[in-house]
Design a protein around this ligand. Sequence first.
Ligand SMILES: [Fe+2]
Ligand SMILES: [Fe+2]
Length: 195
Amino acid sequence: MIRDQEKNGRDDELAVSSFSLTSPVGVHPVEVLEREHKLHEQICDSLERIADSLPDEVDRSLCATMVVALRFDLPLHHRDEEEGLFPLLRARATKEDGVTGMLGQLSREHSIDESSADELVDFLQALSKGRRADNPNMFGYMLRGFFESYRRHIQWENKVILPMSRRLLTDEDLASLTRLMIKNRMRANSNRHQR
Ligand SMILES: [Fe+2]
Ligand SMILES: [Fe+2]
C-alpha cells in the first residue's frame, strides 16, 4: 500500500489513503486494528527512510504520502481505540487485569504523538513541495523521536492490549466496536474530502 501511495503521491492531494485497506466490514475488529498496526510499522519505516535521506536525497512523494498517513490514518486509529476499544476493555476488565493505568498511558501517548505528528506534517509538506529542510539535524531528530516511540506503542498494544481484547470482549462488544469503526471512517472520509 505504501508503495502504491508512493507511486500516486506526487502531492498530498493525490496520495491514496489507507482507509479502504482497513474497512471493518466483515472483519473481526481486533484484526482490523492489528492490520493497521502493520501499516503503522510501515509508516515508521518510511519515516526512518526520510530521516536517513536528509538533507539531499529526500523522496518527495514519500513525504507527501506521510502527510496523509500522519494527518488521517493515525488519528482515525486512535479514535477507534479511545472511543471504542478502551471503554469496552475498561468495562470488561477486572482489577487483576490492571488496565486503568495502561490505557491512561496509551491515551496520553496518542495525544503526544498527534501533537508531534502535526509538527512533522508541516515539515514533510514543505519537503514534498521540493523545499529543503532549514535544519535537517533537528528535523531528523524529531522524526527519530516520533517513530521510535510509536514503534514501542504498537508493540505494547500488540503484546498486551489486543490479546486482552480478544479474551475479554463479548460478541456484542465486538459488534459495537465494528459499528463505531464504520462511523469513524465515514466521518474521517467526509472530513478529508472537505479539506
Ligand atoms: Fe494506540
Ligand atoms: Fe493501536
